[in-house]
Structure formats: structure tokens, C-alpha cells
Write a protein that binds this ligand. Structure first.
Ligand SMILES: C[S@@+](CC[C@H](N)C(=O)[O-])C[C@H]1O[C@@H](n2cnc3c(N)ncnc32)[C@H](O)[C@@H]1O
Length: 469
């Protein structure tokens, strides 16, 4: 009897506990709901507040993380609030008479001071830029007068003929964005000293990027694994065997580009990076010695030792102007000054040729000699087979089966080439590279999901699967 009473009591206690817990859960749910509601409200007001910035100039005092979340939402929709990083002071005050392109008038000079409202220490944002001779300036045509634009325009030099606005550099375009490649004469603290500009005073500048011929000039681009000939491999059929093997020979394009690359021991007092000197017009570049410069292999030239290269360069230059015929701008080139190792300080006038004498562009040494080495890329036989299954976008379905099909890439061989390029450059973040070395790495290329892993000095593709639809 007493045992039954005890178990009844126990059941009652349990039931009571359950009902208390239910109440607590209900309360928690209510709290959560109201929290979510207020969070949503906050988000909406943040978004509308953000859209106001720039229109009324009121700075937002919202928490950073929330603001960034909202800003990224806006970015994804293509809505951005631009904040000029500075305003041009230039020798041109009105549009009339301002050069139509920077190449028209080299001595056209300007300065750009980075605004303190953008960075607490504006000068910090320019550290390293002194290694470059040219910068892209992205700016607003703020004096367009009206914001109208037409699909077809009449470029002055076409004398009345019309062409599509996007085939021109007309200021009257949607978004009124201008792009000028300016010469960077000097960086002094928070200020850039420029020449070869075509912007009027007061022009709001949105961004500055270093000019890097390897990225920005097709004739200077290194071999990008793009010379795949899909015709050698019937699309999606017999590719599997050799689809992933590396091209044995360098591209002919590579061989034809005798770009002179000279390592300069800039004796840089602030950074250990060497500067590279590259001739911008490779077609006019005299070749120093067939062994060293005809192959356009920058690391090879640099690998020789800077002093040897400088000695060779000086020897070449001291041979006189005869060797420079057909290269008129170089005749005035200040051979010794321009090539001597010279400390580059931010606040110092850099020994660069004056307008009309420059025949080169310079870039930071780490662009071509980065501390991150490129990786060897391998495919497992399994991954090769996977990739060989894919068809090109226009190939006829073989045997009517449901083979995976690329949308953009022309054939598995081209895909293998793209994968090689991506992995050789080690796409991992610094964090992943150091902290999660052993993790599998996934990425998507066209319609293929790629799985790989990284070992010391190599990346190996393990699997290539069609993207799940
Ligand atoms: C043809 S645009 C080319 C600008 C730039 N190099 C580009 O390709 O985007 C150059 C002309 O724009 C005009 N211009 C320069 N700064 C401007 C500004 N802030 N607002 C409106 N027009 C400007 C000048 O008349 C100049 O001759």
C-alpha cells in the first residue's frame, strides 16, 4: 500500500515539474519572438538609415557588426553608398581644355590627399604604394552637369559618328564613373603626387589601385593556362586519359615576350621588398643577353643576383645611344640615376624620369616574387575520370545519356587547365593555410564541385562532381 502511495507521489511530482517546464518554455518562446521582432525592426531601421548616409551625410552610430551586415545586404543588391577617399587638386579647373586622356599631356599634375574621415591614419592606407610608378584612379565625373546618358555617343575624335557608350571613354555614362591611369610621382604621408591626369580640380576620387602590368595589360600577362586547344580533345569523350596532364611546353606567346625585368635593390629603408623595373613597351626592348632576358622569366633574371643584373644593365646602357635607335624616348633616359640603387622613402622625391623620358613602369617586388610559392597540382586517376565525364556547352549528348555539361568551359581539358591555375596559386586563406592545413578544400568551377587537399608544395584534386541541382 505504502509502495503505491510513494509511486503516486512520485508521478505527481514529475507532472508538476513537467508543467513548470512547459510554462518556462512558453515564456522563453515569447521572449524569443519579441526579441526576433525587435531585431527585425532594428534591421529595417538600420537599412533605411544606411540608405540615408550620403544623402544627408549623417554618420551612423549603429553597432559595427549590424551595420556591416546591412551594408553587405545592400551591396548584394548593387546598392552602394560611395564615400570619396579624397578630392583632386589639379592644374585644370574647368572641363574645357582638360586633356581628354592622360596620354595627351604628361606634365598635367595633381595631388590627392586621403581624407581623414575615411581612415584615422590616412597615410597608413598608402604604405607600399610608393613601389609603383602608376596608379588607377577611379573617380566621379561630378561636373557632368546632368545625369542623363545615351546608349550611343559621338566621340569628338570620330567627328560626328555614333558608337555605343560602352565602346568609348565618354564622361556621360550610367554611374558617371571615370578611370584614369596616372603616373605616381611621389607619395608624401597622406598625399599622392600625380601627373598625366585628365581630371579637373575638385573631382571626387572613389578609389586608387596600383597599376600592375601582369594583371592589367594583356601583353604583360604571364601564361594563364588559357591556351588549351579543345579540338585536340573531343569534348567529353576521350579526354579522361590525358585531360589533366600538364602542357609540356611553354606557350609561344610567352616565348615571344622578351619583357625586361630588372630587380632593383632599392635599398628601401622602410621595406625589404625589391622593386621591379619593367619596360612597358616590350616590342622596343633591347635584349641584354640571349640567355638572361629573352625568356621573360622574371624569377630567373632576379635569381642571378641583383648586382650582376645591374652590372649588365649599366654595361648595356654605357654602350651609347646607337643601341637605342628606334627607341627615342629612351635616349633621354637618365641611365645612371634611373637605374642606380636608390633608397625610396615615402616623403622623398623618387628618382623617376620626367615626362617624356619614362619608358617603364615599376611594381612592388612581391607581386612577382611572393613569399607564397606556387603549388604543384595533381589529379588522382579517379578525379581525372570524373572530369573526363563532362561535356562542353555545345557538344551533342553522347549516347543520349545524362552526362554533366559545362556552361562556360569548353571542354574537360580547359577545365583541368583552369583548376590547375586556381590551385597552383593556393586559393586558401592565410588562416586555412596555417591552421587547417589538413582539411579538405572545396570549390565550384562552372558546373563542377571540386574536392581537393593540400600537402607540402602540392594540391591534389580528389573528386570532380556535377553541382547538385
Ligand atoms: C573623356 S574623359 C576620360 C576620363 C578618364 N580617363 C576615363 O577614361 O574614364 C576626360 C574628360 O572628362 C572631363 N572631366 C574631367 N574631370 C571631370 C569631372 N570631375 N566631371 C566632369 N567631367 C570631367 C574633362 O573634360 C576631360 O577632358
Amino acid at each position: 500500500m505504502s509502495a503505491t502511495n510513494n509511486s503516486d507521489e512520485h508521478v505527481n511530482k514529475l507532472q508538476h515539474q513537467i508543467s513548470v517546464m512547459r510554462k518556462e518554455i512558453k515564456n522563453l518562446r515569447q521572449l524569443l519572438d519579441s526579441g526576433v521582432r525587435s531585431h527585425r525592426k532594428q534591421m529595417t531601421s538600420l537599412q533605411s538609415a544606411l540608405t540615408q548616409v550620403g544623402q544627408d551625410g549623417v554618420p551612423q552610430s549603429q553597432p559595427m557588426a549590424q551595420t556591416q551586415r546591412c551594408a553587405s545586404n545592400l551591396l548584394e543588391k548593387g546598392t552602394i553608398q560611395t564615400v570619396p577617399i579624397g578630392y583632386i587638386s589639379s592644374c585644370f579647373s574647368v572641363k574645357t581644355g582638360t586633356p581628354r586622356q592622360p596620354t595627351i599631356c604628361g606634365p598635367s599634375r595633381a595631388t590627392l590627399q586621403i581624407q581623414q574621415s575615411v581612415f584615422n591614419n590616412p597615410g597608413h592606407s598608402l604604405v607600399g604604394l610608393e613601389n609603383y610608378s602608376h596608379v588607377w584612379v577611379v573617380f566621379l565625373f561630378h561636373k557632368n552637369g546632368h545625369l542623363s546618358y545615351k546608349a550611343k555617343v559621338m566621340p569628338p575624335r570620330l567627328n560626328g559618328q555614333k558608337v555605343g557608350v560602352f565602346s568609348t571613354r565618354s564622361p556621360h555614362r550610367p554611374n558617371a564613373l571615370g578611370l584614369t591611369l596616372a603616373k605616381l610621382d611621389r607619395v608624401a604621408g597622406d598625399t599622392l603626387h600625380l601627373s598625366e591626369v585628365d581630371m579637373i580640380a575638385g573631382t571626387p576620387v572613389l578609389d586608387i589601385k596600383p597599376y600592375i602590368p601582369d594583371y592589367d595589360s594583356p601583353q604583360h600577362r604571364p601564361n594563364m593556362h588559357t591556351n588549351t586547344d579543345c579540338r585536340l580533345q573531343p569534348e567529353g569523350t576521350e579526354c579522361a586519359e590525358s585531360v589533366c596532364s600538364e602542357d609540356p611546353s611553354p606557350s609561344t606567346e610567352d616565348a615571344q615576350l622578351p619583357m625586361l625585368v630588372v630587380g632593383m635593390d632599392g635599398g628601401h629603408s622602410q621595406s625589404a621588398e625589391p622593386r621591379l623595373l619593367t619596360w612597358t613597351d616590350t616590342s622596343k626592348v633591347p635584349i641584354l643577353s640571349s640567355d638572361d632576358t629573352s625568356s621573360s622569366s622574371a624569377p630567373k633574371v632576379l635569381g642571378k643576383g641583383l648586382s650582376t643584373v645591374l652590372a649588365e644593365l649599366n654595361a648595356f646602357l654605357s654602350q651609347g645611344d646607337d643601341h637605342l635607335s628606334g627607341w627615342s624616348s629612351a635616349k633621354k633616359f637618365p641611365a645612371s640615376d634611373g637605374h642606380k640603387a636608390k633608397p625610396l622613402k615615402q616623403e622623398e622625391d623618387v628618382a623617376r624620369p620626367c615626362y617624356g623620358e619614362e619608358a617603364y613602369s615599376t611594381i612592388a617586388g612581391w607581386i612577382r616574387e611572393p613569399p607564397v610559392t606556387s603549388l604543384e597540382v595533381r589529379f588522382t586517376p579517379h578525379a581525372e575520370r570524373d572530369l573526363g565525364e563532362f561535356l562542353g556547352p555545345s557538344s551533342a549528348d553522347s549516347l543520349g545519356c545524362n552526362q554533366p555539361r559545362f556552361q562556360f568551359l569548353r571542354c574537360p581539358k580547359e577545365a583541368a587547365s583552369a583548376i590547375r591555375g586556381i590551385l597552383a596559386a593556393d586559393p586558401r586563406s592565410v588562416y586555412r593555410r596555417s591552421r587547417c592545413k589538413d582539411r579538405l578544400f572545396f570549390f565550384t568551377l562552372d558546373t563542377a564541385d571540386i574536392t581537393c587537399w593540400f600537402g607540402p608544395g602540392f594540391a591534389e584534386v580528389l573528386q570532380v562532381r556535377p553541382v547538385a541541382v
